[in-house]
Design a protein around this ligand. Sequence first.
Ligand SMILES: C[S@@+](CC[C@H](N)C(=O)[O-])C[C@H]1O[C@@H](n2cnc3c(N)ncnc32)[C@H](O)[C@@H]1O
Length: 231
Amino acid sequence: MTSPAWYYDDMRQVGVDFEDDDQVASYDERQQATAADDNRLLDDLGLGPDDVFADIGCGTGILVVEAAKRCRHAHGADVSSRMLDQAKKRAAGAGIDTIAFHHAGFLSVGLAPSSIDLITSKYALHHLPDFWKGMALERLYRALKPDGRLFLRDVVFSATPAAFPSVADAWTAWMLANTGYAPDEIAGHIRDEHSTYAWIMEGLIRAAGFRLERATYSQQAYGDFLAIKDP
Ligand SMILES: C[S@@+](CC[C@H](N)C(=O)[O-])C[C@H]1O[C@@H](n2cnc3c(N)ncnc32)[C@H](O)[C@@H]1O
């Protein structure tokens, strides 16, 4: 189906260029992503053996591969072909052949309606402007089965505009001490990407039709959201 002329092209790289080989090669180490952390998350979310799972913005594929080890079928979608190559390599290395990989984004991935039990997305939705986050969330809502769940984790600011400069300073200091990101990359995230306010994220999730089961924030810079598609 062709999209209307006004539709957003979500295959473009916004902010960090995840088609860049150096970005991809250094990503896991800089982000300090581990299979152990993702398994704790999957334990918490209760992904079961009969479930169908999807991770949008799957990056190098740690989460989708760990999920596929526990569930019936999984989807991994990303707009970066280089990230997808890494994810496919990881799946092959783990002997997993139950993941459908999609070179597509939130607004272009073709997930069948009412087909997924659990959708996750970590640190990816901020690549879309707020209006398009809303459209993306509505598409994820449609892809979920009744009672299906959406887990989102992202850089989300739970601060007022007036308080934000001190949050930015504290977050930058924390990132420099605890991750492999440089000052210009952190500044670029705030300036050029689309991390938004907590109250906007909560409103967008509800406007897409979800019941927001829980929202937890840390450092006024991170948000975890668990949202349910009530039958
Ligand atoms: C910061 S990385 C997060 C990767 C992974 N989810 C993780 O937690 O490690 C952001 C990922 O989102 C992807 N991305 C950017 N824009 C996207 C979009 N519109 N739809 C889906 N994925 C997108 C990037 O290519 C990149 O792989």
